[in-house]
Design a protein around this ligand. Structure first.
Ligand code: NAD
Length: 385
């Protein structure tokens, strides 16, 4: 019988790579070097396909994402997304702007639970605008509902009333099903963390808030081992600055989640550090599909300069290791290598403080790969001894 090579025996995992615009291709390119490393380490064959999204897709196909790319996304196990947008597409009508590419992916794949960790690495605590003792070791996970709410509600638009006054309308809407599934995701994740969920709404002034709180309480009954608290969104914005360490998992709607997760991001110093994952509804017959992307945009001011910090994108792949490949150990190994690199003093421009030497995005990735080699070799030595 023919010998079966390691590659043939490897588990396959299909990854659709959508670099997008601006620094998207730079940071995703660096991340693929890390994907390669973990392919060898875990014995996984990553089957990688590339596609166009955002401005890059508008230029080539006339639309921010094509049906063919959406179809590829539906077939993939996970999607690694860069960032979209740039000044040259700012004046296009809303329906064909670059960001419609990501909104369509979220809707067509029903990616409803957007997970945004805000982790403050002690090695760069000085990059935060808050005092070190307030943010050191902050580890918050914001679970944001991402397929409903005011960004999707109808009717919407700007009209001119009979008296000539212009009037803008957005509609905030969520069904109990949409609220329940994202709350369930938050409770499930809390079970893997500190068993604490804070649900954030505006139940004092909004009907959607009243339903949000009612449903969160109902789902909470299914998780008696997780403690559930409630907070109004405005208070949460204040508490994140006053005492961020009180939070572990926060679950909230699309609009509040968008704002609060950017605020939590600022606690950690730089947009260039913050990853995210967006998960689809769990289907027991196959692994949960998800999209992984940094929370920052396409940073056109630094594109093609090898200046972008690749960490947010690399840590997004770390979330893929955890949530799609179910390997919290591999994700933790990557976190350790990132911390090791930061502890050695490597800084891209966005996280360098006065007088610190600035390195390129590629140099940062080189150091992470060297850290992965070193830490995994140490682990092997310990296991063998
Ligand atoms: P941005 O996040 O692109 O940039 C804000 C600032 O942070 C810039 O100074 C930029 O240089 C810096 N920055 C961002 N990421 C960095 C990184 N990895 N390393 C180093 N510095 C980094 O936000 P913006 O300037 O408001 O938007 C630029 C474009 O990105 C716009 O077209 C916007 O619509 C788009 N955008 C896209 C997404 C997305 O694709 N998910 C998200 C936000 C903004």
């Amino acid at each position: 019988m023919d010998a079966v090579s390691n590659k043939d025996k490897a588990r396959h995992f299909s990854l659709l790579v959508l670099p997008g615009d601006g620094i998207g291709p730079d940071i995703v390119g660096e991340t693929l070097r890390i994907v390669d490393w973990f392919g060898d380490y875990l014995g996984i064959q990553f089957d990688i396909e590339h596609g166009l999204v955002g401005g890059a897709s508008i230029e080539q196909c006339g639309e921010p994402i094509s049906d063919a790319v959406v179809e590829k996304a539906l077939q993939a196990d996970a999607i690694l997304f860069g960032a979209v947008g740039g000044p040259q597409w700012d004046d296009l009508p809303r329906a064909i702007r670059p960001e419609m590419g990501i909104l369509r992916l979220r809707q067509d794949l029903d990616l409803y639970a957007n997970l945004r960790p805000a982790i403050c690495f002690p090695e760069i605590v000085g990059a935060s605008s808050l005092r070190p003792e307030l943010v050191d070791s902050v580890d918050i996970l914001i679970v944001r509902e991402s397929t409903s709410g005011v960004y999707f509600g109808e009717p919407r638009g700007i009209e001119t009333r009979a008296d000539g006054v212009r009037r803008a309308i957005d509609t905030q809407t969520s069904t109990e099903t949409e609220i329940a599934r994202v709350c369930r995701s938050a409770f499930e994740i809390a079970r893997r963390r500190s068993h604490k969920v804070c649900s954030v709404d505006k139940a004092n002034v909004m009907e959607t808030g009243v339903l949000w709180r009612t449903v969160a309480n109902e789902i909470g009954l299914e998780y008696p081992d997780v403690s559930l608290s409630h907070m109004y969104a405005d208070n949460c914005a204040m508490q994140l600055l006053r005492e961020p360490k009180q939070f572990d998992v926060i679950v909230t709607d699309n609009l509040f989640g968008d704002i609060l997760s950017d605020e939590a991001a600022a606690l950690c110093g730089s947009l260039g550090l913050l990853p995210s994952a967006t998960l689809e509804m769990q289907d027991p017959t196959r692994p949960q599909r998800a999209l992984y992307e940094p929370i920052h945009g396409s940073a056109p001011d630094i594109k093609n300069m090898d200046a972008a910090n690749p960490l947010a994108s690399i840590l997004s792949f770390g979330m893929c290791l955890n949530y799609s490949l179910n390997s919290s150990a591999a994700s933790e190994l990557l976190n350790q290598a990132v911390r090791h690199t930061l502890a050695q003093g490597l800084r891209t421009a966005d996280i360098a403080t006065d007088g610190e030497e600035v390195v390129s995005g590629a140099a940062m990735t080189n150091a992470i790969i060297a850290g992965l080699d070193e830490i995994s070799a140490d682990e092997q030595r310990t296991a063998l001894s």
